[in-house]
Design a protein around this ligand. Structure first.
Ligand SMILES: [Fe+2]
Length: 201
């Protein structure tokens, strides 16, 4: 398939998948609806012929990743990005504002350590409580609820290419926080800390 033909086919299956995802996630923020959206995104990510490093190149410099916007609703909702990440990609724990998120794997493996903010009455030290760990790879996805926090790293010393869906685009996610686990501190996360975002729709 030629590149332009592939893009046409990709946009067709993305539009179908995003319509399916919006119809289940619009029903509300329940875990059940998020899991239904996750199944649709995993099915889209299975089309690895449409999500290649040729079409979504890795950083050419020492940046950790390149992001490509491939779908967004007219109101800025349901923003879908391809993330092409270098082998050294690492993000300290951070939230996505109040946006629900689904990250589905296409190529390579990415560890997501999941946290919640420690409540005032919860025992232990530091701002976060670890809740689990998911390895995102082909056929697998991680989900985040509005209060979710994740710490992300590429695995195996290899690059990765994954689909990141946020119920709101990066601009609409609003106030976000990142956490320094060594110093036990939370600080604001600024949009300019993200690598390049290319509109690839
Ligand atoms: Fe994130």
């Amino acid at each position: 398939m030629e590149m332009s033909e592939r893009k046409q086919e990709r946009n067709r299956v993305i539009a179908q998948a995003m319509s399916d995802i919006a119809s289940v996630m619009d029903k509300g923020p329940s875990l059940e609806n998020l899991e239904a959206g996750k199944a649709h995104l995993i099915a889209l990510a299975a089309r690895d012929d449409l999500f290649t490093f040729e079409d979504f190149p890795l950083p050419q410099d020492d940046a950790m990743e390149c992001s490509y916007l491939i779908h967004e609703a007219p109101d800025g909702g349901y923003a879908l990005y391809v993330n092409s990440g270098a082998p050294h990609q690492y993000y300290a724990p951070h939230d996505h504002g109040v946006a629900r998120a689904i990250i589905a794997g296409v190529r390579g493996r990415e560890r997501h350590q999941l946290y919640l903010r420690r409540g005032p009455d919860e025992p232990g030290e530091g701002p976060l409580v670890k809740k689990g760990e998911v390895v995102v790879a082909a056929g697998e996805a991680a989900t985040m609820q509005p209060d979710g926090i994740h710490e992300v790293n590429a695995m195996d010393g290899k690059p990765l290419l994954h689909l990141h869906l946020y119920a709101k685009n990066f601009v609409l996610q609003g106030e976000r926080w990142k956490y320094d686990l060594d110093r036990g501190e939370a600080e604001p996360f600024h949009l300019n800390e993200l690598g390049s975002i290319t509109d690839a729709r």
